[in-house]
Design a binder for this molecule. Structure first.
Ligand SMILES: [Zn+2]
Length: 302
């Protein structure tokens, strides 16, 4: 087991009824649970880049696409999570194959239906997604939807932590992403009057300022660096799972579910146990070589 700092993660699992009750309460506003009601940890399934197509073309994978079976891979993951349900699932964008077609999202919805009824699945939008088509198929999405112009932003209160799902889709099928000034300003204001709940930000694009990521990554860093409640950022896009850090904020690149660009890179999903002070991330490989050390433990900054 790879350990950045020695930590203990409680085995406590938030029971489903408790989670749903908390989720319902948050519909009418920000709720702070009494300390004796606050669970020690919450367990989540996390993945990215499902790239679900309208038509199954897995028999003819595109060149340099490995383990390419987006529909079958998604089915495998949903079935595994359904057998041992976490509090919820996060898919960090590039839900759809290339252009975010209605049929892509309908096929994704069909795979999601393999999960238990009312199981919450939170989705970020990526460069291969289409905001309107996504909303057309997923008319009701869980969590608190935030009104940010032209963006699909969600707050997930998942005691003892909180996720904020941002939207870095700039233009459909254009690799580069952008958060926009409106969204980063909203985030800055939200974090400023925050309640110190440990927060994990989710978005699709990589956080490299060197390209391939999103244009306003510097502004994003300026917002999250001083906001001590922000502990980590989850993202996809690269199709390469991995860990890095920006100052003392953890950057967690989630594995791709749909396919890999390299034969030696695994695809799959992450099973994450999160506490107010730490996170333990276990990579479940469904294609490609499984890492020798699938579990990584991270301690949050305080
Ligand atoms: Zn992408």
């Amino acid at each position: 087991m790879k350990s950045h700092k020695q930590i203990t993660v409680s085995q406590y699992r938030l029971d489903r009824r408790g989670f749903l009750a908390a989720a319902c309460l948050t519909l009418i506003g920000r709720v702070s649970l009494a300390s004796d009601e606050r669970p020690d940890s919450t367990r989540w399934a996390m993945l990215a880049d499902t790239h679900i197509p309208t038509v199954d073309n897995s028999a003819n994978p595109p060149r340099n696409h490995h383990y390419f079976n987006p529909l079958g891979n998604a089915e495998k993951i949903m079935t595994a999570v359904a057998a041992d349900p976490t509090a919820g699932m996060i898919i960090a964008g590039d839900l759809a194959r290339l252009e975010g077609k209605i049929g892509d999202y309908e096929n994704l919805a069909e795979r999601i239906a393999l999960l238990p009824e009312k199981y919450p699945v939170f989705m970020a939008l990526g460069n291969h997604d289409h905001r309107e088509n996504f909303r057309h198929v997923f008319k009701k999405t869980p969590g608190r939807l935030v009104s940010v112009e032209d963006r699909h932003v969600t707050i997930i209160d998942a005691p003892p932590i909180r996720f904020i799902v941002l939207d870095s889709l700039k233009k459909v099928n254009l690799t580069e992403g952008e958060l926009s000034e409106v969204q980063t300003t909203w985030l800055k204001d939200f974090l400023a009057d925050g309640d110190h709940i440990p927060t994990i930000i989710v978005l699709h694009h990589t956080l490299s300022p060197l390209g391939g990521g999103f244009t306003d990554v510097a502004q994003f860093y300026d917002v999250i660096r001083p906001a001590r409640s922000v502990k980590a950022v989850l993202f996809g896009h690269s199709h390469v799972p991995g860990y890095a850090a920006f100052d003392d904020i953890h950057l967690i690149n989630l594995p791709a579910a749909g396919y890999s660009f390299k034969e030696n890179v695994p695809i799959g999903w992450m099973n994450a146990t999160l506490t107010p002070t730490a996170g333990r991330f276990k990579l479940n490989t469904i294609g490609g070589p499984a890492p020798a050390e699938p579990t990584t433990e991270l301690t949050w900054r305080q």
